[in-house]
Design a protein around this ligand. Structure first.
Ligand SMILES: Cc1cc2nc3c(=O)[nH]c(=O)nc-3n(C[C@H](O)[C@H](O)[C@H](O)COP(=O)(O)OP(=O)(O)OC[C@H]3O[C@@H](n4cnc5c(N)ncnc54)[C@H](O)[C@@H]3O)c2cc1C
Length: 316
C-alpha cells in the first residue's frame, strides 16, 4: 500500500488533516498556492461556533468533536487556543438557545448583561484560536511528525499531482471551484478590522443583520463583519467604517484605534461541506474536504478525523 499522501491546501483544513495523517504513519506533504498569513484561515476570528455551513446535522456533529479537541489544546501552552465566553445576541425578540448549545452549558443572559442594541441573548464558553499562533502550531506539529509543506505550488487539476503519492486530500477551500470545477462553492466574503483591545472580557456576536462581532484576543480585538458573495480580497473603506461604527455603538465605547483591515473568502458550498472520496482516472483515491463556509475552525478536527477514517478505508 502506498502511504504517501499529498494534501492540497495549507489552511486550517489542510493542516489539521495533515497533522492527523502524519501522526498516523502517512508520509504527508502539503502543497499550496498560499500558506500562513496569506490563507483565508489566517483572517478568521476564529472562535468556535457553527455558522454559515451546511448540512446542519453533520455540521453539529463535526463541531462537537472539534470542541473537545480544541478544549484539550486550550490547556496546552503554545497552541494559541484558549477558552472564552461567547455572548450571542438577537436584535429582536427572544434569542432561542440551540439544543447543542444547552449540552455545552449555555445560559440565558440577563437584561443587565444585554447591550441596549439587542433584546436578548445567551452565553457559552467556547474555544478561541488565535490564528497567528495556532496555524504555526499545526505546521510545527506536522513537521515534528515528519510532514512537509511546499508553498507557491498551484495545481490546475488534481491529476497534476505526482504519481509518487497514492492518496490525495483536497482541502482547497474556495479554490475548489476552479480546481475540481465545483460551482456549488461560493465565496462568502468577510471583512474584519483588528483594533486595539478596548478591554473586552468576552466575545459579543450578533448574526442578525447587520452582522456584528467583537472578539477579544491576547494582543488585539477582531471587529466584524461582512458576509456577501464576492471574490474581492481588497478591503473596502465603507465596510470598515460601518464595522467600526456599529461595534463601537453596540459596546458603548469610543471607536478604538484600527491596527489592520483584513478580508477572507469563506468557502461556502450550497449543497453542504464536501467530505467524500472518488478515484482519479489513474486509480488513485482522492478525499475531498472543502466547503466549510464560516466554520472552518469549528469543523476542523471533526472533519479531519473523518478524512483519516476514509483514508484507512479507501486504501485497505
Ligand atoms: C472574516 C472571517 C471570519 C471567520 N471567522 C471564523 C470563526 O470565527 N470560526 C470559524 O470556525 N471559521 C471562521 N471563518 C471561516 C474560516 O476562516 C474558513 O472556513 C476556513 O479558513 C477554511 O479553511 P480551509 O483550510 O478549508 O481553506 P483556506 O484557508 O482558504 O485554505 C485553502 C488552501 O488551499 C490552497 N489552494 C486552493 N486552490 C489551490 C490550487 N488550485 N492549487 C494549490 N493550492 C490551492 C490555498 O492556497 C490555501 O492554502 C471566518 C472566515 C472569515 C473570512
Amino acid at each position: 500500500m502506498n502511504r504517501s499522501v499529498a494534501i492540497v491546501g495549507a489552511g486550517v483544513s489542510g493542516l489539521t488533516c495533515a497533522v492527523l495523517l502524519a501522526e498516523n504513519g502517512y508520509r504527508t506533504v502539503i502543497f499550496a498556492d498560499e500558506t500562513g498569513s496569506r490563507t483565508t484561515s489566517a483572517v478568521a476570528a476564529a472562535i468556535w461556533y457553527p455558522y454559515d455551513a451546511e448540512p446542519f446535522d453533520a455540521v453539529i456533529a463535526w463541531s462537537l468533536t472539534t470542541f473537545e479537541r480544541l478544549r484539550a489544546l486550550a490547556s496546552e501552552p503554545g497552541t494559541g487556543v484558549s477558552m472564552l465566553e461567547l455572548r450571542q445576541f438577537a436584535r429582536a425578540g427572544e434569542a432561542a438557545v440551540p439544543e447543542w448549545a444547552l449540552t455545552l452549558g449555555a445560559r440565558k443572559l440577563r437584561l443587565t448583561e444585554t447591550p441596549a442594541a439587542f433584546t436578548s441573548g445567551f452565553a457559552l464558553t467556547v474555544p478561541l484560536t488565535d490564528t497567528s499562533i495556532y496555524l504555526n502550531y499545526l505546521a510545527e506539529r506536522l513537521v515534528a511528525a515528519g510532514g512537509k509543506i511546499r508553498g507557491n505550488v498551484h495545481f490546475n487539476a488534481l491529476g497534476e499531482i505526482s504519481s509518487a503519492f497514492g492518496l490525495i486530500v483536497n482541502c482547497s477551500g474556495v479554490g475548489a471551484r476552479r480546481l475540481v470545477g465545483d460551482h456549488d462553492v461560493e465565496p462568502h466574503r468577510g471583512q474584519v478590522l483588528l483594533v486595539a483591545n478596548p478591554g473586552l472580557q468576552h466575545a459579543v456576536v450578533c448574526d442578525d443583520p447587520p452582522l456584528m462581532y467583537a472578539i477579544p484576543r491576547a494582543h488585539d480585538c477582531v471587529f466584524g463583519g461582512t458576509n456577501e458573495i464576492s471574490d474581492s480580497r481588497e478591503p473596502d473603506a465603507a465596510s470598515s467604517a460601518r464595522i467600526l461604527t456599529e461595534c463601537s455603538r453596540v459596546l458603548g465605547i469610543e471607536p478604538p484605534r484600527v491596527l489592520r483591515e483584513r478580508v477572507g473568502l469563506r468557502p461556502f458550498r450550497k449543497s453542504g461541506v464536501c467530505l467524500n472520496h472518488e478515484r482519479l482516472s489513474d486509480g488513485r483515491a482522492v478525499i475531498h474536504n472543502y466547503g466549510h463556509g464560516g466554520s472552518g475552525f469549528t469543523l476542523s478536527w471533526g472533519c479531519a478525523e473523518e478524512v483519516l477514517a476514509l483514508a484507512q478505508q479507501v486504501q485497505n
